[in-house]
Design a protein. Structure first.
Length: 213
């Protein structure tokens, strides 16, 4: 009698467990979809999709697609960096074992707190160190020497002509060639302007500088 009772209890428990398993399997659904932005409908890659209150879920791929097995009535939480968290409840009145969703998420601005870094522990110590700081005058003295009149005069004589000077000299040479085309070249030995320029250069000492260089 006891054996029959144990056998009956085992059969009843197995039937109950089987019915519960079948009911749970009936509530399972293949939950799939895509996560996109709300302004441009661009896919959101690597967003987190998790069943609330559990560790079940998945992550969307580079194109925003996802797919995993859930149950009817589960609350699905969606989250991604730079977007507001959102949720969705799977309907519990589905007639099929598949459900698709296009989840639209709104962008969110993340504001970080201001971080101020000081090289000294307090502002007072920084102020004292800054006021007592001695700025080296090497660059200032070098700038003064470079801007001296004698130094600038030497640079003016030794430096070659710039682009504007070269262009002007080339145009003057072409003008002279065009003017003297078909004629004998002019002799500057009898040119009073050339003699005036020579005398001015001699008085300035240009020839002495060239000879010294």
């Amino acid at each position: 009698m006891v054996r029959r009772l144990k056998t009956f209890v085992i059969i009843m428990l197995s039937g109950i467990l089987t019915s519960q398993a079948q009911s749970q399997n009936h509530n399972l659904v293949q939950f799939s979809g895509v996560v996109v932005t709300g302004d441009s409908l661009q896919p959101i890659p690597y967003s987190s999709i998790v069943v609330r209150g559990s560790f079940r879920g998945t992550i969307s791929d580079y194109g925003g697609f996802f797919s995993f097995v859930a149950q009817m009535g589960d609350t699905i939480d969606f989250s991604a960096v730079g977007f507001k968290k959102s949720s969705f409840v799977i309907p519990d009145t589905l007639n099929t074992d598949r459900y698709s969703l296009i989840k639209i998420m709104s962008s969110d601005t993340v504001l970080l707190k201001e971080a101020v870094i000081y090289p000294w522990p307090t502002k007072e110590q920084f102020r004292q160190a800054f006021l007592s700081l001695r700025v080296p005058d090497d660059d200032l003295e070098r700038a003064k020497r470079n801007m001296a009149l004698e130094e600038m005069r030497e640079l003016m004589v030794s430096l070659p002509m710039d682009g504007s000077g070269n262009y002007k000299a080339m145009m003057v040479e072409r003008l002279n060639k065009t003017y003297m085309a078909g004629q004998y070249p002019g002799i500057n030995l009898l040119n009073p302007i050339a003699w005036a320029q020579f005398i001015e250069a001699w008085q300035r000492g240009d020839f002495k500088r060239k000879k010294k260089d």
